[in-house]
Design a protein around this ligand. Structure first.
Ligand SMILES: NC(=O)c1ccc[n+]([C@@H]2O[C@H](COP(=O)([O-])OP(=O)(O)OC[C@H]3O[C@@H](n4cnc5c(N)ncnc54)[C@H](O)[C@@H]3O)[C@@H](O)[C@H]2O)c1
Length: 411
């Protein structure tokens, strides 16, 4: 019996892999092409918490827990034959799919970065669907989506579907998607592809729409060599990580626009607990299930105030600096989300936001030399309004759709 985690070297994928391997007596097969490590370096960033190479991570897991049931295979999941062979060999009963380019700003850099994001994300998903259909049709795919697929509509966001009345009749339709970046669009395409695979082949899947995940620790990854990555640069860092890095590097907090944009958040521990639970309580055969997960809703200004309050405990007294919002997004809006399915399955959040935020601050302070050495990368340089000229390209596998198709013999 095997479980597979695609994207096992990532921020969420690594602690998820460790949790699964530690708690279950099954083989956990992680797969990753290590591209996030390179793409973060491309924009001048680095993980604030140092991380080991995959082989050393797995050895650290063995040493910490005395178990030999975790491995990481290095490979590119846009390669359909590779994915086909993987699924044929291991026939996992559950596949967690987290192997994606997951930075919205990265996808907005220029044409090639948008194309890379969409080709990478759509292909990893499609390859998985086809391989599961061929070799392992009963497997449960747990696909990581994002709350960003829905955007910030004025109505309450329900879980996947909504009931509406139109021309006097009642209908159940998919919640409209209104994504805010080329990256978020790729996630919407993935969702539709998964729904289509469920419709025509009965693929069994759970689509997990998580909000912004924050946090630097999980209970399974505290031992030496087991820590997960923590990005803080202007492209890969999520909002709280950027605030703490700005405080440590510049003693200021950058507020985009009025800071009234609201989003849903959850801790890394809650993200892992949720994914673990969904694997233990799978979708039914032939079911496509959607789960929304957020635990708190905050405006970016509210979060900035929380960051400052915590930073003051550590001797900082940062100022707010308002800058023009580099994103195209609603500046003030309603944000309500239904997220009851997880509760019905027994999920309960375990961490208080302020405690987790303080852990981030502590971990960043411990490695403040890394943050200061990469301080230039913290400033937001990518704008939604205009693609960058002459942006660097670190990725080699897919430089542009044309190069990709040529490589496959299509032109
Ligand atoms: N971090 C968040 O706040 C957040 C919130 C909601 C949803 N998500 C989703 O969760 C998933 C994981 O996000 P994360 O934050 O852990 O990102 P991450 O970049 O840290 O992890 C993704 C992993 O996938 C790997 N990968 C990417 N393309 C690959 C390919 N072609 N072949 C093999 N491996 C590949 C990367 O090397 C990386 O290790 C993504 O699908 C993301 O959209 C993340």
């Amino acid at each position: 019996m095997a479980i597979m985690v695609l994207g096992a070297d990532g921020y969420i994928g690594w602690p998820l892999s460790v949790r699964l391997a530690r708690e279950l007596d099954e083989e956990v097969i992680g797969v990753d092409n290590l591209i996030t490590r390179r793409l973060v370096a491309e924009v001048g960033g680095a993980s604030a918490v140092p991380i080991l190479d995959p082989e050393d991570r797995v050895n650290a897991y063995r040493k910490a827990y005395g178990k030999n049931n975790l491995k990481i295979i290095t490979g590119d999941l846009t390669d359909g034959d590779f994915v086909d062979a993987l699924i044929a060999k291991y026939k996992p009963h559950t596949v967690y799919h987290l192997a994606q380019q997951r930075s919205a700003p990265y996808s907005m850099i220029d044409r090639d970065h948008a194309a890379y994001t969409q080709v990478n994300n759509l292909l990893t998903n499609l390859n998985l669907i086809f391989a599961v259909m061929k070799h392992d049709p009963n497997a449960h795919i747990v696909k990581m989506g994002t709350m960003g697929e829905y955007g910030t509509p004025s109505y309450t966001i329900s879980e996947g579907w909504m009931n509406i009345k139109y021309e006097g009749k009642k209908y159940r339709i998919m919640v409209p998607r209104d994504p805010g970046s080329w990256y978020h669009l790729s996630k919407v395409f993935d969702t539709y592809n998964m729904i289509f695979a469920n419709k025509i082949w009965g693929i069994r899947a759970t689509d997990v729409q998580q909000g912004v995940v924050y946090g630097s620790r999980t209970e399974d990854t505290l031992a030496d060599g087991l820590r997960t990555r923590l990005d803080f640069d202007g492209v890969w860092g999520t909002v709280m990580n950027k605030y703490f890095a700005q405080i440590i590097a510049f003693n200021k907090v950058l507020i985009y626009g009025k800071g009234l944009m609201r989003r849903g958040f959850l801790s890394l521990q809650d993200s892992i607990d949720c994914l673990f639970l969904l694997g233990q309580k799978p979708a039914d055969e032939g079911e496509y299930r959607v789960v929304n997960q957020i635990e708190d809703i905050h405006s970016t200004m509210d979060l900035a105030k929380r960051a400052v309050k915590i930073a003051r405990k550590y001797g900082y007294d940062p100022e707010f600096e308002r800058i023009e919002d580099p994103r195209v997004e609603k500046q003030a809006h309603r944000y309500r989300v239904v997220h009851s399915t997880l509760r019905k399955l027994g999920f309960r959040p375990r961490k208080r936001m302020d405690d987790v935020l303080e852990e981030i601050m502590q971990d960043m302070l411990e490695h403040q030399d890394i943050i200061k050495a990469h301080a230039d990368s913290i400033w937001p340089k990518v704008s939604w309004k205009k693609p960058l000229e002459n942006a660097p390209h670190e990725f080699e596998s897919i430089k542009s759709p044309a190069a990709f198709l040529k490589g496959k013999g299509y032109s």
